[in-house]
Write a protein that binds this ligand. Structure first.
Ligand SMILES: NC(=O)c1ccc[n+]([C@@H]2O[C@H](COP(=O)([O-])OP(=O)(O)OC[C@H]3O[C@@H](n4cnc5c(N)ncnc54)[C@H](OP(=O)(O)O)[C@@H]3O)[C@@H](O)[C@H]2O)c1
Length: 284
C-alpha cells in the first residue's frame, strides 16, 4: 500500500518505532506534534491525503495507572483520546488501526477469543476496554489485541538482560502465563490485514509458540545471553507484589487464540525464535 497515505500516532513508542521502519514514507507524530488528548488538536489536524491512521500511542504504565494522577492519564490517553481519533476517522473516512491488550480480560479463560466479554482487573485494562468499545463503533477499523510487547524501548527482555549483565539472580513470577509479542510481528499483522483487505474487526495478535511464565522466559533469556550460571527463583504474583503500594492486579492467563487471524491467511512466527534473534541483536 501507499505509505504516504498512512499516519502513525505515538511514533516514538516501541510499536511506533517499528511502524516507522515498515512504512518509511508514512507521516507520523509523537506527543509533541500531535497530543491526542487535545480534542481541538485532533479535530483541527490536517488529515488530508490520509486513508489509514495507525494508533500506537497509549498510557502503558500498568501500576502507574493505579495512582490518582495515573488513573486520569490512563483514561485520557487510552479512552478519551481514542474517541477523538474515532471522530476524526469518521469525519475524514479513514481506517483506524488500534492496539488493545490481554488486560481487557481477567485471565481466567483457558484461551481468549476475540468474542470474550470484557472483564478487566485494573485501571489500565478498564481504560483499554473503553478504547476498544469506541473504536468498534467505526465502520472501518482493525483492533489488534496483543500481549507482552517487546521492541525498541523499555521492556522485560531488556530489563532481564540488564540484570544478567550485573550478575543478578532474580526472583520472577511464575504464575502469569503467555507469549511474548515482538513489534515486528505486530507490524507484519497490521500490514497483512491492511494489504489483504481483511474483514474489519478485532483480531488477537501475539507471536505463536509455547505458553510460558515470566520466570521460564527469564531462564531462556539468561541462557541465550550466556548466563546459565544465574538462577531464577519462581514466585507467585501475590508474593512478588506483597506489601508494595499501587500495584495493579494482573490477569494470570494470557493465551490468546490466533485462529481468527490465521483464517485470513496470516502465519504467526514463534516467539522463541524471535527472542533468540532479539537477544543476539541486543548483545551485538
Ligand atoms: N507493552 C506491552 O507489554 C503491551 C501489552 C499489550 C498491549 N500493549 C499495547 O500495545 C500498544 C503499543 O505499546 P508500546 O509497548 O509500543 O507502548 P510504549 O512504548 O509505551 O509507547 C506508547 C507511546 O505513546 C505515546 N503517547 C502517550 N501519550 C500520548 C499522547 N497523549 N499523544 C501522543 N502520544 C502519546 C508515548 O509517548 P511518551 O513516551 O512521551 O509518553 C509513547 O511514545 C499500546 O496500545 C499498548 O496498550 C502493550
Amino acid at each position: 500500500m501507499d505509505d504516504s497515505s498512512i499516519f502513525i500516532v505515538g511514533a516514538n513508542g516501541q510499536l511506533g518505532t517499528a511502524l516507522r521502519a515498515q512504512y518509511p514514507g508514512a507521516q507520523f507524530a509523537d506527543i509533541n506534534e500531535l497530543d491526542i488528548t487535545s480534542e481541538e488538536s485532533v479535530a483541527n489536524f490536517d488529515w488530508s491525503g490520509i486513508t489509514t491512521v495507525l494508533n500506537a500511542a497509549a498510557f502503558t504504565n500498568v501500576d502507574g495507572a493505579e495512582t490518582p494522577e495515573g488513573r486520569v492519564a490512563a483514561w485520557k490517553v487510552n479512552a478519551t483520546a481514542v474517541g477523538y481519533l474515532v471522530k476524526a476517522c469518521q469525519a475524514h473516512n479513514m481506517t483506524l488501526v488500534h492496539i488493545s491488550s490481554d488486560y481487557v480480560f481477567d485471565g481466567t479463560a483457558e484461551v481468549h477469543l476475540e468474542t470474550e466479554d470484557f472483564s478487566p482487573l485494573n485501571v489500565y485494562g478498564d481504560s483499554k476496554a473503553a478504547g476498544d468499545l469506541l473504536v468498534q463503533q467505526l465502520d472501518s477499523y482493525y483492533i489488534l489485541r496483543t500481549t507482552w510487547v517487546i521492541g525498541e524501548g523499555k521492556n522485560f527482555v531488556r530489563t532481564m538482560l540488564g540484570l544478567a549483565e550485573k550478575g543478578i539472580s532474580p526472583t520472577v513470577v511464575s504464575d502469569q502465563i503467555g507469549r511474548l509479542t515482538f513489534t515486528d510481528e505486530l507490524v507484519r499483522a497490521i500490514d497483512h490485514l491492511l494489504s489483504s483487505n481483511a474483514a474489519t474487526g478485532t483480531y488477537n495478535v501475539t507471536n505463536d509458540g509455547p505458553l510460558e511464565s515470566w520466570a521460564q522466559i527469564t531462564r531462556r533469556i539468561f541462557s541465550l545471553a550466556g548466563h546459565d550460571e544465574l538462577t531464577v527463583t519462581d514466585t507467585s504474583t501475590e508474593e512478588y507484589f506483597a506489601g508494595k503500594e499501587n500495584i495493579a492486579p494482573r490477569p494470570l492467563g494470557s493465551n490468546m487464540s490466533l485462529s481468527k487471524i490465521h483464517e485470513t491467511g496470516f502465519t504467526s512466527n514463534d516467539w522463541t525464535t524471535a527472542l533468540e534473534q532479539y537477544v543476539k541483536k541486543e548483545l551485538a
